[in-house]
Ligand binder design. Structure first.
Ligand code: PMV
Length: 349
């Protein structure tokens, strides 16, 4: 279902909204890192060992309504229509941070749904936690700049801090122990370089390792983790410059190398973490073959087996036809798009 259909249906609101409540609804997109966040220097605050830079996806993300009402006796979260037995710790920490800022103790009901299939393996934590942060802040009447929203969302899920910005967004590593400078900012808007995106969805044969435990396992057991962080900041600068200059060759080479170095660090963990499936490698090699033939496409892979292919608009049709010829996969097509946005709220009269 596309963005407009989803917005109109509001099917994520399985519980009736109360007339007495303060509420807000937002849509926040997923994002895919070209320069990856992989490693935490502070687990509690979600402070990264290195900065990262991502592209914001146009159509895929989370719709979230947050409602605060004095009659609620606990926080509740409904995900894709189903109530979580206990609200998850990440969502709770975001609600608590915002309640403290607003000096209120009212409980919240969160209703959220993703407009992409869960099996697509897109990071729903990025869209979900950024949507929750923005909706809760709006519902509480907090007028926070995007940078502050990104600081709060980061504490729920690191990659979420980048979803507030459309186009290309960077998350600064920061230096401070309290994390106040570890926030995201816009590098370039969606129209700067309107690359097309195809997600090749590869079936998982086992459940993927959750990103937090995989990062920690890699940080503590992989001899390749130190080299990874030593090169990650340099690569981030190269990728940022390539985006700003629209230098396709450098962006393609550095994005792929960054992805493969991140995966190499995990593959060298003890015991190893391997996210790829045979089809993952098949798509990677197909992208390299296409590039040799002059199709301007490159790939990246997050903590899972799916391959995300970016392609220049003039080569879109040829690239999509080739990638789609790989059997046994599902595909999602999108573009680079706008960041998190408000759909409605009732806090202002
Ligand atoms: O924010 P998390 O905890 O879901 O971690 C995201 C990690 C990667 O997707 C692999 C990289 C990134 O920068 O998004």
């Amino acid at each position: 279902m596309n963005y407009a259909q989803f917005e109109k249906q509001r099917s994520w609101e399985v519980q009736k909204l109360l007339p007495t409540s303060q509420k807000a609804t937002v849509f926040s997109p997923s994002n895919i890192a070209l320069s990856k966040y992989w490693g935490k220097r502070d687990i509690k605050l979600n402070l990264p060992t290195n900065g990262s830079l991502s592209a914001t996806l146009a159509d895929f993300g989370s719709f979230t309504t947050v409602e605060f009402d004095a009659s609620f006796v606990q926080d509740e979260l409904f995900l894709n229509g189903t109530k979580e037995a206990v609200i998850n710790a990440k969502a709770k920490s975001v609600l608590d941070l915002l309640r403290a800022k607003a000096s209120v103790r009212t409980f919240a009901r969160v209703q959220t749904a993703n407009n992409f299939p869960t099996a697509a393996g897109l990071a729903s934590s990025a869209s979900g936690l950024s949507a929750l942060t923005a909706a809760a802040a709006f519902a509480l009447g907090l007028d926070l700049p995007l940078e502050k929203l990104s600081e709060v969302a980061r504490q729920g899920s690191g990659s979420a801090c980048r979803s507030f910005f459309g186009g290309f967004a960077e998350w600064k590593k920061g230096e401070r122990a309290d994390g106040a400078d570890s926030v995201a900012f816009a590098v370039a808007g969606p129209s700067h370089w309107p690359l097309d995106v195809i997600v090749a969805v590869v079936k998982e044969t086992h459940k993927a390792y959750a990103s937090t435990s995989a990062m920690e396992h890699t940080r503590t057991t992989s001899p390749y983790f130190q080299p990874w962080i030593e090169t990650a900041e340099k690569q981030l600068a190269l990728i940022r410059t390539a985006v700003l200059k629209k230098d396709f060759e450098i962006l393609a080479l550095e994005t792929e190398t960054n992805c493969l170095r991140m995966h190499a660090s995990s593959q060298a963990a003890h015991p190893p973490i391997l996210y790829w499936q045979p089809k993952t490698i098949e798509v990677m090699q197909m992208v390299w073959q296409m590039r040799k033939e002059g199709i301007r496409a490159f790939f990246t892979i997050d903590a899972g087996p799916n391959v995300v292919v970016f392609v220049e608009p003039q080569d879109r049709a040829r690239c999509f036809e080739r990638v789609r010829s790989v059997e046994g996969l599902q595909f999602l097509e999108t573009k680079i798009g706008e960041g998190c946005r408000k759909i409605s709220d009732n806090t202002k009269t």
